[in-house]
Structures are given as C-alpha cells and as structure tokens.
Design a protein around this ligand. Structure first.
Ligand SMILES: Nc1ncnc2c1ncn2[C@@H]1O[C@H](COP(=O)(O)OP(=O)(O)OP(=O)(O)O)[C@@H](O)[C@H]1O
Ligand SMILES: [Mg+2]
Length: 258
C-alpha cells in the first residue's frame, strides 16, 4: 500500500496486551515516507495504543516494528534520542497536554533541551520564534502561559512544540476532537499547509471520519484491535470493503465517542 515510496514505518504481526487483555491483534502495516495516513476506529478499538507503540512509549508483545529499517525494540541511548527527534507526537486535549505552569517559550523549547538539539540560548530562542510564526502565533506569546490562549491557539502551540525538532513524522492523536467545528477546520487547514511545506509523514488518528477523510490519502480502520480496512480515502468513503466501515460511513460520519 505504499505505492513504491520508501517505507518509514513497517509493522509485522504486532500484538499488544494490557495484562491479560489483548488490545492489538496481529497488526501488519507499512507507512510510506511523506504519506498522510488516517487511523479511524471507535472508542476502545486500540488507536491510542497503536500510537503508543509507534512512539515507542510501550513495546510490542509480539511482532516487529521498524522505523527507517531499524527495529524500535532495539533502540537505546543516542539512537532512541534520534528517533524521538524524528518522530513527534501531537496529543489530544491542549488543556491536558500543555503544562499550565510553564510559559510558551519553555513549553516549545522543552524538546530542544531534552533532545539536546541546540547549543546556545540564542539558537534555541530563534528556533522557537521561527516555529511560532509557522503556526500563526505571534512572538509576544513567548512569555505567556497556556491559560491565556483559546483552545485553537493552544492546539497551534502543541503543533509548534512537535515541529520544533523538524520531525520527519508527526503522529496526531485526536488533535482536533476537542475543538469546535470552525477551529477544527482551521487546524486541519494549518496541518495541510505545514505538511505541504514541511514534507513530513502525517499519522492522524481520530474517531471523527470527516476530519480523518479531510486530511488523509489513505485510511486504516481499526476494530477491536484488528485492521478491518486499509484503502485510499475515496475507496473507504465510496466502496468500503468491511460492513463495519460501511456502517460508520453511513451513520452520520462519526464512529464511537461523541
Ligand atoms: N493503561 C491501560 N491499562 C489497561 N487497559 C488499557 C489501558 N489503556 C487502554 N486500555 C484498554 O485498551 C483498549 C484500547 O484502548 P485505546 O486507548 O487504545 O483505544 P482508542 O481507540 O484510543 O479509544 P478512544 O477513541 O476512546 O481514545 C481499551 O479496551 C482500553 O480500555
Ligand atoms: Mg485514544
């Protein structure tokens, strides 16, 4: 399904369980460099768990995951730090994912510090300012705290923090689900523009079909920890292979959650 493009992530026979509860069953999936992949599925289908595996926040029980040909399970020290620079998360609720006690400068600068990406304070500041501009937030935001921003602005700050490392892959979990419809469209448009310019791979997870369909070239549908559909967005919308996918396309275009 990668259309001859270089694979950036390769998963084969991946299984994961929380204690005795099997959450992901035999997941095999290739993700191509520069691709926009949507992962759709109802609440509890295993989307966030799959992302946690891709981000190497947890390890697979069985099967293999590799990034740029390197097995994730074997990464340590410098290699892992390099991986964390190249693959960045954008989490769900901007209220929860931004430290309220920190100023924007500190929040966006955090990956630069922890991943040791800048040598001087001036260089760091310069990179933070550049990325704020990219997401449409003024330089005066540097000294302000998350509570002083709207939900949409906070999501822009979350995106800026992810982009500050110049990642090759952005992994977004329900990145627009907490936003009203207008703000949702604004953030999706911003992600589109950033993707065009930055040329990164985007993995966009949501239970919201219109949002996933808007941003993705290809959609994978998860159902109870299994992939039941993996096809270009048009095919998923117009001739889905699996009855569950058909159901979700026909049922007002949202699945699970709200
Ligand atoms: N830390 C955990 N400990 C035990 N079980 C968990 C844990 N996290 C998730 N689960 C279980 O794993 C399954 C998959 O959860 P996951 O969060 O991956 O689903 P999701 O598709 O992201 O759902 P949502 O749309 O609600 O975010 C669920 O049954 C959930 O209850
Ligand atoms: Mg989730």
């Amino acid at each position: 399904m990668t259309g001859g493009r270089k694979k950036i992530f390769e998963l084969s026979g991946v299984c994961f369980a929380y204690k005795e509860k099997e959450v992901l069953k035999n997941i095999s999936l290739d993700i191509a460099e520069g691709e926009s992949l949507g992962i759709l599925g109802e609440s509890g289908s295993g989307k966030t768990t799959l992302l946690s595996l891709l981000l190497r926040l947890v390890k697979a029980r069985r099967g293999n995951i590799s990034f740029s040909g390197q097995p994730l399970a074997e990464m340590t020290g410098k290699t892992l730090r390099n991986f964390r620079t190249r693959v960045q998360p954008v989490f769900q609720d901007p209220f929860l994912s931004l430290d309220p006690a920190q100023k924007v400068e500190g929040i966006i600068g955090e990956p630069l510090t922890s991943l040791k990406l800048t040598k001087t304070g001036a260089e760091k500041k310069e990179r933070i300012l550049r990325v704020l501009e990219k997401v449409g937030i003024g330089a005066d935001a540097m000294g302000r705290r998350p509570e002083e921003f709207s939900g949409g602005q906070r999501q822009r700050i979350v995106i800026a923090r992810a982009l500050v490392t110049n990642p090759e892959v952005l992994i977004a979990d329900e990145a627009v689900s907490a936003l009203d419809i207008i703000t949702k469209i604004e953030i999706l448009t911003l992600l589109h523009e950033l993707k065009e310019k930055g040329n990164f791979t985007l993995i966009f997870v949501s239970h919201d079909l219109p949002a996933v369909a808007d941003i993705s070239e290809r959609i994978v549908v998860l159902d109870q920890g299994e992939i039941i559909e993996d096809a270009p967005v048009r095919r998923v919308l117009h001739s889905p292979a699996h009855p569950r996918t058909r159901l979700l396309v026909e049922s007002g275009l949202t699945l699970g959650g709200n």
